[in-house]
Design a protein around this ligand. Structure first.
Ligand code: ADP
Ligand code: MG
Ligand code: MG
Length: 211
């Protein structure tokens, strides 16, 4: 069930999975950026997990309240491009998830809002080799699946699988947004770090379903 406990587990799982992938993410960003993406996001999600672990902080009666806490924490602890992008994504998502439990259409709303936030903030279109290339197929896949089933697990799995495929698809591309675009043709051959971290964060939402 996609309740408040799930939302908290999602953030804790994302923090653990990003911590495990920190060096790989940083290596991707070293190849086509400035080598800080894994460190940045690990620091931010660690702070999110810490704040969620403190019962004195903020009410948590809706999924949206959990996501809002995560968003504001990421915005204040993650520098660079990714902090404001992930922060805006989760802040927008929090505004459409002010419910105790989400159904499949709630997952679609969450992902659509997150994608809109990223695009509003970063102005990247799909195919520019950014995290949009993982979030957009995820939102589209969720919408497709939620049109045929009410199963929240199926909906999230479709989104996570699409994000994974989307991240991998960025490998041969030339970046035209973000720091990697400074490299021009030399950005081809490396997976976009933000698309990779998005695949990890969305896979964590599925893992968190398992209680
Ligand atoms: P910085 O580039 O400031 O060091 P990070 O390394 O933390 O920030 O994050 C880099 C990631 O941010 C990129 O891999 C890309 O996915 C994402 N990104 C950068 N610029 C944009 C943008 N304009 N729109 C969407 N995503 C972007
Ligand atoms: Mg960087
Ligand atoms: Mg940086």
């Amino acid at each position: 069930m996609l309740d408040v406990d799930w939302a908290e587990r999602w953030m804790h799982t994302a923090a653990a999975d990003v911590a495990a992938a920190r060096d790989d993410l940083t290596e991707l960003d070293r190849l086509i950026g400035d080598g800080d993406h894994g460190v940045n996001l690990d620091r931010g999600l660690r702070a999110v997990a810490e704040r969620l672990g403190d019962p004195a902080i903020a009410p948590r009666e809706t999924v949206g309240q959990v996501l809002r806490l995560a968003a504001t924490t990421l915005m204040s602890t993650v520098g660079g491009a990714a902090g404001p992008l992930y922060g805006t994504a989760l802040l927008r998502a929090s505004k459409v998830t002010d419910r105790a439990v989400l159904d499949a259409s709630g997952v679609v709303a969450l992902l659509d809002a997150a994608l809109e936030g990223i695009v509003a903030r970063g102005k990247a279109a799909s195919g520019e080799k950014t995290m949009v290339d993982a979030w957009q197929p995820a939102a589209e896949a969720a919408e497709r699946v939620a049109g045929t089933t009410d199963d929240v697990g199926d909906t999230w799995r479709a989104a996570a699988d699409a994000a994974e495929a989307g991240a991998r698809a960025t490998i041969p591309w030339v970046a035209t947004k973000g720091r990697a675009s400074y490299l021009g043709e030399r950005s081809a051959g490396t997976e976009d770090p933000g698309a990779r971290s998005t695949a990890i964060v969305l896979a964590a939402a599925v893992r968190a379903l398992q209680g």
